[in-house]
Design a protein around this ligand. Sequence first.
Ligand code: FMN
Length: 362
Amino acid sequence: MVDLSVEICGIRFKNPIMTAAGPTVRDADSMLKAAEGGAGGLVAKTISVTPAQVPRPCIVKIKDSILNAELWSDLPTEQWLKVEYKKAKQAGVPLIASIGYKADEIRELAPKVAAAGVDALEVSTHYLGNDPTPVVEATKAAKETAAIPVFVKLSPNVPDISQFAKAAEKAGADGIVAINTLGPCLAIEIENAMPMLGSPHGYGWLSGQAIKPLAVRCVAEIARAVKIPVIGVGGITTGRDVIEFIMAGASAVQLCTAAIIRGHKIYGIIADEMVKFMKAKGYNTIDEMKGLALRHLPEQPLRVTPKPVEVIASKCTACGLCERHCPYNAIRVIGRVAKVDATRCYECGLCVSVCPTRAIRY
Ligand SMILES: Cc1cc2nc3c(=O)[nH]c(=O)nc-3n(C[C@H](O)[C@H](O)[C@H](O)COP(=O)(O)O)c2cc1C
């Protein structure tokens, strides 16, 4: 019997799939819909001491990713404290309030938000550079003023994210959330030579599938560096993605872009996909999979001599994707099955990653 539930800092989640701060959790009504859609926990849109003046346009889709310049919530803080958090609690799943950004703002907000009845705080950080001091100060400000768990959300725009995670842990963080968006980035509409976003310089921040490998690397690095739980976020769209984050050491995950693109039902769909995978592989709990990949991340290359890939003929559908992608002309569909030319195969691995039926193996 597969059990997707997880416990983080004493908070029980029915599944490890939470919302991430963004437009899909901009108010209580949106959060109630996310919970209806199957989210195991709710992280609300970041608030600060004053409402944001959001540039328009502020969201643009680029393939399966998004660039945004949305900043934090443009609703008044009082509305969040008096109305939105209380109403969102009616969803019956844990509620995490996201607050930002500077230590003095966090010190002012944290006790008020905690008093509004949320289960935990997420401190959103968005720093570029190499100095973790602002993250440390923000973490301490939250821990000193609120008696609920404090998760610190880190930006990937730093040279060594594990140092930031360690610094936050030392400052008292109860968990790390990784990662925030990547950037700054720029997208130009060539019909009129204008930036697609209305922000200063047209700059925006990247999220969605393009940042997933970066997020997984950050989670793996952080999971090895700290003892507190890590919550993974960045590019999750499927149950397999969630499992990848968990195998990289995450205790739970969040998602934003996929919910923008596919709607609130995505949380339940992903949970079902996880159950299917776990049943097929014989995993019963999230804990059984947690960090499984960490022991397979060698410091030295595994091997530098190629071993030609193998095709499992019974699984091959002769779709030809491997042949089309192979940069070495080493695999061809002959008759009803793909055949590997061992003299040409570089064992680059690309065919293994594109095969839709997993019919090619190392
Ligand atoms: C439109 C938009 C608005 C966002 N707003 C916030 C925010 O208010 N606070 C925050 O910490 N992160 C914010 N994020 C970042 C997401 O919470 C998340 O960390 C990031 O998008 C990576 O996850 P994803 O690929 O699943 O979207 C926002 C992302 C998007 C796309």
